[in-house]
Design a protein around this ligand. Structure first.
Ligand SMILES: [Zn+2]
Ligand SMILES: [Zn+2]
Length: 357
């Protein structure tokens, strides 16, 4: 992936007269485009959880992309986590005149790459966006109790989020933007769902239109708010991991007019009720529509794995098949079509042209 990024850098930088800077340090890639006092910034991670597969072949059916291990003849994770993020970062590098993009190694091992990030390189970034979350609708506003951005940032982009059908979600998981805050970065950051589903499993798929919509949204955000420094007024400094997301979301109650207001409205009478149950229900409803579950519908565990033969998810906690789907496989083909496709070995390789489309 690092070699691929170097090649992409060469191609993109040769296409324009703009001055670029490329550096590779401790396994991380940093690219600056243009010369300015400050830069919008987009980051992604270069590793995936999947084993390297000798004969990985990417298929798509115009709606969905998925990968097959052609040696074994079975589906394998496509690595949309975080190749979708890499794609979007490269697209920004292509289309924005003044921008910084960075690519970190070993996010999946606990953000080891970003923990060693060159923070001097980040001193002139205006804000940092990362696309490293499953699903489509989340614009992550909190990770482990740290507010990723403040109210003025939220207001500045809220119309764009609505336009693209995304919503602030305070339940973020560990990713590089959080690590950068831990490193002392005090500008607004966000992590965005970008159209991959079932990450970390062999049944990982990418919903193509959602990738493009997310790309367009990131571009629109940069167009609208780029050129200004967005210091995070709610930045509380490193080492706040000990606070749970639940406690700190409550303590910041006044400003989040999405989740927090709805919660207060709903539980005016009975504040003892566990708010998250309902929010999980809303998520579940959304994923049901997409026919892609991200957790067990019985016990909420995320330890599920899709079983092709059963067309259902096996839940390790329930020790049973819990999420049952329609007759379609997750990639949108019927099982017959899927097998026919396999025998034909109609390869659609993940070529650069595909990524560049
Ligand atoms: Zn991951
Ligand atoms: Zn990831």
């Amino acid at each position: 992936m690092d070699d691929y990024l170097r090649e992409q850098f060469k191609t993109i930088s040769s296409e324009s007269e703009i001055i670029y800077d490329y550096s590779y340090k401790d396994g991380n890639t940093y690219i600056t485009k243009g010369i300015a006092d400050t830069y919008p910034c987009v980051i992604a991670h270069t590793d995936t959880v999947h084993d390297i597969c000798e004969d990985l072949t990417v298929f798509d059916n115009t709606k969905i992309m998925f990968a097959m291990d052609m040696t074994l003849g079975t589906q394998t994770g496509i690595g949309g986590d975080d190749k979708v993020g890499i794609y979007i970062a490269l697209e920004m590098l292509r289309s924005v005149d003044v921008i910084k993009v960075a690519f970190f190694r070993d996010e999946e091992h606990g953000c080891l790459g970003s923990a060693e990030a060159d923070m001097n390189w980040f001193k002139d970034v205006e804000f940092v966006l990362q696309c490293d979350r499953q699903g489509y609708k989340d614009f992550v506003s909190d990770i482990y109790g740290q507010k990723l951005f403040d109210r003025s940032f939220s207001k500045a982009i809220s119309k764009i989020l609505t336009k693209y059908g995304k919503k602030e979600n305070p339940q973020g998981g560990l990713t590089d933007v959080y690590q950068l805050l831990e490193n002392g970065l005090d500008v607004c950051v966000a992590n965005i769902s970008c159209g991959y589903y079932r990450p970390h499993t062999d049944t990982e798929v990418i919903v193509i239109s959602e990738v493009f919509d997310t790309r367009d949204m990131v571009l629109e955000i940069i167009d609208k708010i780029g050129g200004t420094m967005w210091k995070n007024g709610l930045y509380t400094g490193p080492y706040i991991k000990k606070k749970t997301a639940y406690e700190s979301s409550r303590s910041f109650g006044e400003w989040n007019d999405t989740y927090e207001d709805r919660y207060n409205e709903k539980y005016k009478e009975d504040k003892s009720k566990d708010r998250w149950d309902d929010f999980y229900d809303e998520d579940r409803e959304y994923y049901n529509q997409l026919d892609l579950e991200t957790c067990c519908s019985v016990c909420n565990s995320e330890e599920i794995i899709y079983d092709d033969a059963q067309d259902a998810d096996w839940c390790y906690s329930c020790d049973d098949y819990t999420n049952h789907y329609s007759n379609d496989t997750p990639n949108g083909l019927s099982i017959d079509e899927y097998e026919e496709w396999l025998t034909k070995k109609e390869k659609v390789s993940l070529s650069k042209s595909k990524l560049n489309e």
